[in-house]
Write a protein that binds this ligand. Sequence first.
Ligand code: SAH
Length: 396
Amino acid sequence: MDYARIILKPKKEESLLRFHPWVFSGAIQNIIGTPKEGDLVEVYTCNKEYCAIGHYQIGSIAVRILSFEKQPLVYEFWRDKIAKAYQMRVALGIADNSHTNTFRLVHGEGDSLPGLIVDVYGETAVLQAHSVGMHYIRQDLAKAIVEVMNGKVKNVFYKSEATLPFKANVDAQDGYLIGDCQGECLATENDLKFHVDWLKGQKTGFFVDQRENRALLERYSKGRSVLNMFCYTGGFSFYAMRGGASLVHSVDSSAKAIELTNQNVELNFPGDKRHQAFATDAFKYLDDIKKDEYDLIILDPPAFAKHRDVLRNALQGYKKLNAKAFEKIKSGGILFTFSCSQAVNKEQFRLAVFSAAAMSGRNVRILHQLTQCADHPINIYHPEGEYLKGLVLYVE
Ligand code: SAH
């Protein structure tokens, strides 16, 4: 098959030679052929040497590389990549686990499949395309997931209306590509149960990336009064309850999220009076509470910086939020604080939290430095893949 050819400007192949999986539009000298968004294109140096093949995209990232070898990208190629991703989860002990049936099967660049996210919830996989190229091959991907998971996954739900580039103008309707999850869809994480709403929920329905951090929180919860800010479906809250917290308050500005949190707490701890949830703004809630009400606070806000150009404001946001927590947390308290903004790196986040701590004048020690869990791997050639950053702090 003849693919359009992207010819790079001199020296612009250097990042590709180091296996970085993106070609920026500014690196392109000329294009031979007229690729449409989502087409496969081959990338060549200005001396006509082959570099890689990938999906073409209109925008600052012009090509997302799928292979550095010259090979046909047919069904077997996708199936083998998904099989490799699955084998890694098996090796991690996360697939085929009697305590957890929720995990990320494919993590974009981390699994050498830029533009593709797949989360598994029991018998259902939720497939999310972030590139038009992945949108076009969604049926093949769904078929490959079912084949690789060998009967464990029976349904594949496609959820890309919100993640495909806005201007791409493709007809991406959310819905089942294979099967249909009849009735209530419950998933399990470390023996805790939760409803997953992949139809209307955020992301693929649940924040799978916090599993190990939630388990760590459980260990710190005994006898503590816990405030779970930005709780969404309540993940941290029910780990805290199982860990023996004396009370757990969950806060989210979305009434729907609060409803989901209450449902999930009821599912795991029916009638347990230790839990209460509040639909309100996190900043306002922290302003209104008295000092010393809580001795374990979780701050897991949405990405404050979706792009680099809003980085300054984002860092101010993290500083302000964390400063409020330092001001109110009880002496001897523990703060779990996160940033999931890809545009904010580890050092910048730490500096924002450091500035917030300095404002409070309190003595603060770092106990743990956290990241996304292992089924969200970071491709070593693509450091941008490290998006979740967390600090566990002891506040005197
Ligand atoms: N900690 C969650 C994930 C958090 S996602 C988990 O473990 O699953 C971020 C959440 O913050 C979303 O549910 C969103 O509704 C909520 N949110 C966004 N802005 C907010 C604000 N200003 N105050 C409170 N909640 C907010």
